[in-house]
Design a binder for this molecule. Structure first.
Ligand code: PA5
Length: 447
């Protein structure tokens, strides 16, 4: 098993008895999920996805990835929220946060359309100058402002450089099967398209074409990734509830939340997990943060952030708990050199590996934060392989849905995201009765 939960440092805050007491609610939440009797049941396509995906499309994705690897130096992935975080998380997790700077036979990969900053776009355009470029535009709705703007800019760039015909070969679209402006444009222009399934929301979509194409372009073994997810799917569907790590995680989160621990901090000691943390924050924040409820998902990378946020976590408001991803397989042989003069007085760690020091930083911190009344939950993770990534994704998705139903919310909608999108359409002058009405309502509230 790639992920194993450890509650050793939790017993003072959520005892085994308490976990046992809430377990019937968690089991009922899992049944609601699997029976499709809960809110948002139309969005459970991710649950059987590792087994039940479109093989024909999967082969096309692999073929497109090979073509992209051959034809371009820079691959720009345009999307926001669930339409980019998973792919970025996978690339940093399995490869490296320094992926673009590594020696490799795959293209550099940049992300655009995940904000509205002109300096960033300008810099990215200059990075593309003199290099061959392909793009993948990802938007389920096909109408989100940020990626739409970036797509306009990169389409213009590609058409200028390669002509309309040449650009067609370099533009790949991932969107709804049938509807939306992006789908219409893709059909009109003849771009190769991939599908965001109807029954899978953005934040649960990393194992669909949304994540698969960029992940495959990065040279990651997508077969192994899907296999990891399938192992998790099979395991969590059959293991007993008391041994089900996803159930225990959902149970602990809800127990701690009910005790006033309103913030969950995802902790890792490896910077390769920084984007995984961002993906996790969207998954849990959008799934649970509604109806005036929900844990606030935060994240840190230690030991870096021990020198910035460590003070707050140790002694600030006691309203948080930590979930620590402890990577077991990180045993790189990087050894600390000896200094004959011992100027920094650090010779007591000469000859030790960085892994050894990092592990002791982890143990020291878990113990001191527990002493400071911050509950710590450990997720032992085998390593950072593609298979581990697939397994971890499925674990988090399942635990999130079960936890959300235990909390009493619909873990599959995101009405709050629409609020901002609609106000922005109104302020930007989008035509249409609904936008005009909103525009006049907002008139007196403009700063
Ligand atoms: O999870 C979600 O649904 C959102 O974060 C979306 O992924 C995000 O808003 C992007 O939407 P779209 O893919 O429709 O452009």
């Amino acid at each position: 098993m790639a992920v194993k939960i450890n509650t050793k440092y939790l017993s003072d805050f959520a005892s085994d008895d308490e976990i046992g007491s809430i377990m019937p609610e968690v089991i009922a939440a899992d049944r609601t999920l699997r029976d499709g009797t809960g809110k948002g049941a139309d969005f459970r396509g991710w649950l059987a996805l590792p087994d039940n995906y479109d093989r024909e499309e999967y082969s096309r994705i692999k073929a497109a990835a090979e073509k992209i690897k051959k034809n371009c130096d820079v691959f720009v992935v345009i999307g926001i929220g669930g339409s980019y975080l998973g792919a970025r998380a996978a690339i940093e997790f399995v490869k490296s946060p320094l992926y673009n700077n590594l020696k490799k036979d795959t293209p550099d990969i940049y992300f655009a359309g995940n904000g509205i900053n002109s300096a960033y776009l300008n810099e990215l355009i200059s990075i593309c100058e003199g290099r061959d470029v392909c793009i993948n535009v990802i938007s389920k709705s096909g109408k989100t402002t940020e990626p739409a703007i970036a797509f306009r800019i990169f389409r213009e760039m590609l058409e200028k450089k390669y002509g309309e015909e040449g650009a067609r070969d370099r533009i790949f679209i991932t969107t709804d099967r049938k509807k939306g402006k992006l789908k219409e444009l893709a059909d009109e222009k003849g771009y190769e398209t991939f599908v965001v399934p109807d029954d899978i929301g953005g934040r649960y979509s990393v194992l669909t074409a949304v994540g698969l194409l960029p992940i495959a372009v990065a040279g990651i073994d997508t077969d192994a990734m899907m296999n990891g997810a399938k192992k998790a799917m099979d395991y969590f569907a059959t293991v007993s509830p008391e041994a089900n790590d996803a159930f225990i995680y959902a149970a602990c989160r809800n127990i701690l939340y009910r005790k006033g621990k309103k913030t969950e901090i995802m902790v890792s000691y490896d910077p390769a997990l920084a984007m995984m943390n961002e993906w996790w924050k969207q998954l849990y924040g959008e799934s649970e943060g509604k109806d005036g409820k929900g844990l606030f998902p935060a994240s840190v990378i230690f030991s870096t952030d021990l020198h910035s946020l460590g003070q707050y976590i140790q002694q600030g408001e006691r309203t948080m708990f930590e979930t620590v991803i402890n990577i077991l397989g990180d045993e790189s042989p990087f050894v600390i050199p000896d200094d004959p003069n011992n100027i920094d007085e650090m010779n007591f760690i000469s000859g030790k590996t960085l892994h050894f020091v990092n592990r002791n930083a982890f143990l020291a911190t878990v113990i001191s934060h527990s002493d400071g009344n911050v509950p710590n939950l450990i997720l032992d993770l085998d390593g950072r392989s593609a298979e581990d990534f697939g397994y971890l994704v499925y674990f988090f998705e399942l635990a999130c849905a079960v936890s959300g139903y235990t909390l009493g919310v619909n873990p599959f909608d995101q009405p709050g995201v629409e609020g901002y999108k609609n106000n922005m359409y109104a302020l930007l002058g989008k035509p249409g009765e609904e936008h005009e009405k909103r525009r006049s309502e907002l008139k007196n509230r403009i700063y």
